[in-house]
Design a protein around this ligand. Structure first.
Ligand code: HEC
Length: 202
């Protein structure tokens, strides 16, 4: 006589399958939920970091026109009235008579961030802006005189590291990194930049 599965065995198998199914369906959505939460957290963090960078640049804009004193020497594109220093944006003259500016400084009609390769290869745009503020004579822009722009982290202006970073983030505009890590890399450059300057010219 063929052994037939008893009711208990059938019920046991049924229960086991139910448990496996229940576990599988409970786990899959949880994994999906976790992935979703992580993705949302990442999107939120990106948004917060971008907002923070925009805030930093807005602070830099305020310092540019105010306490930093930059606007007393520099124009930014067609904004401003002073010509003591180079235009830190694209000068309006570049549209009508670029040669007037590029003859002696081939990159004069490029946005500041795009001049870096010619001025200080190896530095990021943000690092070059930081260096320009702390150590203006490390590279002197062609056609301009050295020693006109002072070291702005020293008296009387005495910009803090945070203010230098904000100003640098503002003047490089779209080339500014949009995340905290990118800004942190330029922040880490401040101390070696100051040390190199003080070793070269105390
Ligand atoms: C007293 C005038 C003066 C002030 C104030 C001044 N600068 Fe300058 N800046 C200059 C001159 C002149 C140069 C060109 C000579 C040189 O490279 O040092 C220059 C060069 C630069 C450059 C390099 C431009 C290039 O084409 O490579 C940057 C960037 C810059 N300045 C940013 C700033 C910022 C930001 C501030 C404010 C925190 C500032 N400057 C304040 C006069 C000034």
């Amino acid at each position: 006589m063929k052994a037939r599965p008893s009711g208990a065995v059938i019920a046991g198998c049924g229960l086991a399958m139910t448990i496996v199914w229940a576990l599988a369906s409970a786990c899959a959505p949880r994994a999906d939920r976790k992935a979703l939460v992580m993705e949302r957290a990442r999107v939120m963090q990106r948004g917060l970091e971008e907002a923070w960078v925009r805030g930093l640049q807005a602070y830099g804009a305020e310092l540019f026109a105010g306490r930093g004193g930059c606007a007393t020497c520099h124009r930014l594109g067609d904004e401003g009235t002073r010509f003591t220093g180079p235009n830190l944006g694209v000068d309006p003259l570049c549209a009508s008579d670029p040669a007037a500016l590029t003859e002696r400084d081939p990159v004069a009609c490029k946005p500041l961030a795009a001049r870096v390769e010619a001025r200080r290869p190896g530095l990021s745009a943000l690092e070059y802006a930081v260096e320009s503020i702390m150590d203006p004579d490390r590279v002197v822009t062609p056609t301009y005189a050295p020693k006109v722009m002072k070291r702005l982290d020293e008296p009387p202006v005495s910009l803090t590291d945070e203010e230098i970073l904000a100003l640098a983030a503002f003047v490089v505009g779209h080339a500014c990194p949009r995340d905290v890590a990118g800004i942190a890399a330029a922040r880490a450059f401040i101390t070696p930049c100051r040390e190199a300057r003080d070793t070269r010219m105390p």
